[in-house]
Design a protein around this ligand. Structure first.
Ligand code: PA5
Length: 499
């Protein structure tokens, strides 16, 4: 059950120019560079209206051409999956995902996850946010049966792939031993992304070498996730892989984290996928039902839209105050860029981790161009007990005065220090607050950002679905690859052997 104090909140009032009682240099800066409250009133009304449109789009069976492509399936998916699981358990869509995940988790100690864009970043965000920071280095006993994870198939890095093969070759010697087995999750909605398809071809060949091309084990340790049709599905069928999980057609790639693209890896990681879906479903409900004042989706969309489109702040900083959220930032970079970066418009996302990057970019945020709005993403409660400074016999570092303080206090002071500094220079910043880092809050966060992106698209008059620019890159890659001369035969064999 969801508890009210687990709700994510967006605190944006610092972004607004306060009513000035008298002229001061700061009041002038604030009036010039923070968001004008009267304009926010108009943005609020527009956001509420856009919510009506986004809500109605869920029901459209045959959308008019100007709305195409339309892929609102992600909005209701979390609740649908939970309802289906309640009714049909193992036979439901979620039940199938959990079954496939359990099978893989019990069979192997290492998983290579292949995928690009939305078929990679959702899983990566969940892994970094919710698994142990040093998960892969932990002994098997402490990982409680959760395999190590390696991400590939999102670039074309020859040496990184060879390094991965070398790691697998040296650590996985006997396929009879579960602790030396490795498996593959290959994710591609279209089934045609070259980065993923090429990596899968190479990884599949390695796996066939290790397990034997006809072995049952080989089929057990490969789990494909793809759209309803396409080349990957055809290949899996030809390989006799029956258990292919499906990304529904009405969910776009970067909105697919709560399809098997994100849920399957999450379940293999041993995460509580139902709590995650519950968090996401709760966010959808808040979005559809709550007034602006209690609706983080509308708040986030309205103020960030206003900042980017009307107040000259096109750079949107996702400032994670936990390094565990950096990959959520990368995921949001993708979501925002590909959804709204169209027709010469769209905000530019930038992910940083604080305080780490205050030591690299802080100067610029404080004193550089006034083109940014900073969204701090703050986790209220640490997961582990506080590391305290304590009294030391040598006090040359002068830290004994803080002996009764812990790292969460240091982090809080750093956040307040940065926020004060921004405020004193009229640099707009807001806080997206997660009570703790759990499956439930991360579910809320991801769904909130997806919904806000769609609302923002509608506010801008830009279709948040589809990615025509990316498709031209994909076509260009294939064109050039076809024109590239082939390697001489011998070298092809050598490359395949990894020599
Ligand atoms: O958002 C999108 O649709 C894209 O960024 C895709 O996620 C990415 O290109 C990978 O595509 P696919 O899952 O078809 O391999």
């Amino acid at each position: 059950m969801q508890l009210p104090d687990e709700n994510l909140e967006y605190h944006y009032h610092r972004l607004l120019a306060p009513a000035a009682e008298a002229w001061t240099p700061l009041a002038e800066l604030q009036a010039k560079h923070l968001l004008p409250p009267d304009r926010l009133e108009a943005a609020k009304r527009a956001a509420v209206e856009a919510r009506g449109q986004v809500g109605a789009e869920r029901e459209l069976q045959n959308p008019p051409p100007k709305l195409r492509p339309l892929q609102p399936g992600f909005i209701d998916l979390p609740q649908k999956l939970l309802d289906g699981f309640k009714r049909k358990q193992d036979a439901s869509e979620l039940g199938k995902v959990i079954r496939a995940a359990n099978r893989l988790r019990e069979s192997v100690d290492r998983v290579v996850l292949l995928g690009a864009g939305g078929s990679h970043l959702g899983a990566r965000a969940l892994f970094d946010a919710l698994c142990h920071t040093h998960h892969n280095e932990m002994p098997a006993k402490l990982r409680l049966g959760k395999p190590r994870f390696y991400f590939a198939g999102h670039d074309l890095d020859n040496d990184a792939l060879q390094d991965l093969f070398e790691l697998l070759e040296t650590t996985c010697v006997d396929p009879e031993l579960a602790e030396e087995r490795w498996g593959v999750v290959v994710v591609s909605k279209s089934g045609g992304t070259v980065e993923t398809a090429a990596a899968y071809r190479a990884v599949r060949a390695e796996a066939a070498k290790f397990y034997g091309p006809k072995s049952d084990l080989l089929r057990r340790v490969i789990v494909p996730v793809t759209g309803p049709g396409g080349k990957l599905r055809d290949l899996c069928r030809a390989d006799g892989l029956d258990d292919v999980l499906t990304i529904p057609d009405d969910v776009g790639g970067r909105y697919a984290v709560f399809t098997p693209a994100g849920l399957l890896p999450a379940a293999v990681m041993g995460l509580d996928v139902r709590a995650m879906l519950l968090g996401a479903a709760t966010m959808t409900r808040r979005f559809l039902e709550e007034p602006f004042e209690r609706n983080p989706v509308l708040q986030f969309a309205a103020v960030n839209h206003l900042a980017a489109e009307e107040c000259g702040k096109p750079t949107r900083v996702f400032a994670a105050w936990s390094r565990k959220l950096e990959a959520v930032g990368w995921w949001y970079d993708h979501l925002l860029s590909e959804s709204l970066g169209k027709t010469g418009r769209g905000p530019t996302p930038l992910t940083v981790v604080h305080p780490r990057d205050l030591h690299t970019r802080g100067q610029q945020f404080q004193d550089g161009p006034r083109d940014k709005v900073v969204n701090n993403v703050v986790v209220r409660a640490a997961r582990h007990p506080a590391v305290t400074l304590g009294m030391a016999d040598r006090n040359e570092d002068d830290l004994n005065q803080f002996s009764r303080k812990g790292f969460p206090d240091l982090l809080d002071a750093a956040h307040k220090g940065a926020t004060d500094a921004y405020a004193e220079a009229a640099r707009p910043s807001a806080d997206l607050v997660l009570p703790a880092l759990t499956e439930h809050t991360v579910g809320q966060l991801l769904q909130m950002l997806m919904l806000a992106t769609v609302v923002e698209g509608r506010l801008m008059g830009i279709n948040p679905y589809g990615q025509p620019g990316l498709e031209s890159y994909k076509a260009g890659l294939l064109r050039h690859l076809k024109a590239t001369p082939n390697l001489p035969k011998g070298e092809v064999r050598d490359a395949a052997k990894g020599v």
